[in-house]
Design a protein around this ligand. Structure first.
Ligand SMILES: [Fe+2]
Length: 241
């Protein structure tokens, strides 16, 4: 096995970046069983993912989306077509094409690795975080010194507050945080660091959080009208007519 990560035998881990949408995609694999999953794959990079997984002697078993993305098209459906992997997204997503609809507390098994799904709605109603013992993939729920917008896709600032304060911030402080995006080049954080320094987490009540989120005016994502319907079809909309 040539593709070890940080010299740690228990986990193969890679963080990949899509510079168009500033999306992070993660590869998590079990070096013993050679099973791998991709979290938040971007369709344009599917050939590169498949090549890397092949070169490292791994077998892709899952392509997981943390939520219905509005800024890029998922590579999940194409990866399933090419590798026969399963695709997974939250049960609240309208994506009927998904192989697996995840619910809160369920576990996705990647060989001997157990990825626990935590429903963290607020950015969207189908937002999930995925937890390993030492790290959490937070999608757009918790970003580095930020948090996901709550003004579209069934977003709800009160739900986001609950997801942040009553779910993610209850994880141990050293838990590493790997978000779905960063726009300044930061690659990871920890729960403790975000608790202390994330300006969105310095509020004292759900109402204060909702007021803060309502004050943020963001432009509509450029690809939204294309990405959302495409992602409801696992990134592979049927061409009709
Ligand atoms: Fe998002």
């Amino acid at each position: 096995m040539a593709c070890v990560s940080f010299g740690v035998e228990k986990l193969i881990f890679r963080q990949l970046f899509d510079s168009v949408s500033s999306t992070y995609t993660y590869i998590v694999a079990d070096p013993k069983g050679h099973e791998a999953c991709l979290i938040d794959p971007v369709i344009d990079h599917v050939p590169a993912y498949v090549q890397w997984i092949d070169e490292c002697g791994l077998r892709l078993v899952y392509a997981i989306d943390t939520h219905t993305h509005a800024d890029h098209v998922t590579g999940a459906g194409r990866l399933r077509s090419l590798t026969d992997c399963a695709t997974a997204i939250g049960a609240e997503s309208p994506a009927e094409c998904a192989t697996v609809k995840i619910c809160d507390g369920e576990t996705i098994r990647i060989g001997s690795l157990h990825l626990r799904a935590i429903h963290t709605p607020g950015h969207t109603d189908d937002s999930y975080s995925f937890l390993l013992p030492d790290r959490v993939f937070t999608g757009d729920t918790l970003l580095i010194r930020g948090s996901g917008r709550t003004d579209f896709q069934n977003g709800d600032a009160y739900q986001a507050y609950d997801s942040l304060f009553n779910k993610l911030l209850r994880l141990p402080d050293p838990t590493m945080v790997y978000p779905a995006h960063d726009y300044r080049g930061w690659t990871m954080s920890t729960i403790g660091e975000e608790r202390q320094h994330n300006p969105r987490l310095q509020v004292r009540s759900p109402k204060e959080y909702a007021t803060l989120m309502a004050s943020i005016k963001l432009p509509t994502p450029k690809l939204m009208d294309i990405a959302i319907p495409a992602n409801w079809a696992c990134g592979e909309p049927k061409i009709t007519g």
